[in-house]
Design a protein. Structure first.
Length: 240
C-alpha cells in the first residue's frame, strides 16, 4: 500500500500547453524593446524561470533598463493570447482526475498569470483551491521553498510527496526539498536532450506525455517511498 500522500504539479508545460505562446509573446516584447533575440533563444533561456528571475536576466544579460514596461506589455498581450489559443496539455485533465491522491499546483508563475491561464479551465477545480505561486515564498524554484510550502500547508511529510515538473529548476527544487520527482516532457517540445537534462537535475523518472506520466505514477506509487536526502539548490547544477 503506497504511502504517497501528495502529488505536486507544475503548471506551465505540464498541466497546460502555455510555454510556446508565452515565448512568442515575450519574444515580441523583447524585440520591441530593441533586443536582438530569436524565438528559440527566448524559449531556451527563459522557460521555467520566475518573473523575478526573468527580469534579472533582462537587466543583467540584455542591458534592459525599462524592464517593467517589457513585462507589462507581455502580460497585457499574453492573457489575450491565452484566451484565444491556450489548451490543457493533451490527456492531462483526465489523468489528474483519475488520481485519488491529494493534489496541488506549485508554479513559478504569478497568481495573476495562473488565474488567467489554468483558471480558464475546469482543471483548476481539480486541485481544490490548492494553488501555490512563487509569489508566496522568499525564493522561487530551484529553491525548495515553494515545495516545502505545499507540504507544510497540507500537513504532509516531504518524503511522501511526488513532484511533476518539466523544468530542471523544478526538479532541482523538489530534490532540495527531499521529495521524489518525475520529469515531464511535452511530446511537441523542440528542445533537445530534455530527458537527460531532467535526469541530471535529479528526476527519478522522465515521462513524455500524459500516457507515460500515468505509467511513471504507477511505478512510483507502487513503491514504498524512500527518504530523499535534501540538497541545497546551490549545490545542484541546473541548466537553463
Amino acid at each position: 500500500m503506497t504511502t504517497t500522500e501528495l502529488l505536486i504539479f507544475d503548471c506551465d508545460g505540464v498541466l497546460i500547453d502555455s510555454e510556446p505562446a508565452s515565448s512568442r509573446v515575450f519574444c515580441r516584447a523583447l524585440q520591441n524593446a530593441g533586443v536582438e533575440i530569436t524565438l528559440d533563444e527566448v524559449h531556451r533561456r527563459f522557460t521555467g524561470y520566475s518573473e523575478t528571475d526573468a527580469m534579472r536576466i533582462c537587466r543583467e544579460e540584455f542591458g534592459l533598463d525599462d524592464v517593467a514596461t517589457v513585462f507589462a506589455e507581455t502580460r497585457s498581450n499574453l492573457y489575450d493570447e491565452f484566451s484565444r489559443s491556450l489548451s490543457p496539455m493533451p490527456g492531462m485533465p483526465q489523468l489528474v482526475r483519475s488520481l485519488p491522491h491529494r493534489k496541488c499546483v506549485a508554479s513559478n508563475s504569478t497568481l495573476e498569470r495562473l488565474k488567467n491561464s489554468l483558471g480558464l479551465f475546469d482543471l483548476w477545480n481539480a486541485f481544490g483551491g490548492h494553488i501555490f505561486s512563487a509569489e508566496m515564498v522568499a525564493r522561487p524554484k530551484p529553491a525548495p521553498d515553494l515545495f516545502l510550502l505545499c507540504a507544510n500547508s497540507l500537513g504532509v511529510d516531504p518524503a511522501h510527496c511526488i513532484v511533476v515538473d518539466d523544468s530542471p529548476h523544478g526538479i532541482a527544487g523538489a530534490v532540495a526539498a527531499g521529495m521524489r520527482a518525475i520529469g515531464f516532457v511535452d511530446p511537441a517540445d523542440p528542445r533537445e536532450d530534455r530527458q537527460s537534462v531532467l535526469v541530471g537535475a535529479g528526476a527519478s523518472l522522465v515521462a513524455i506525455g500524459a500516457d507515460e506520466l500515468a505509467g511513471a505514477f504507477d511505478t512510483l506509487l507502487s513503491a514504498s517511498p524512500r527518504r530523499v536526502p535534501a540538497r541545497e539548490p546551490a549545490a545542484l547544477e541546473v541548466p537553463a
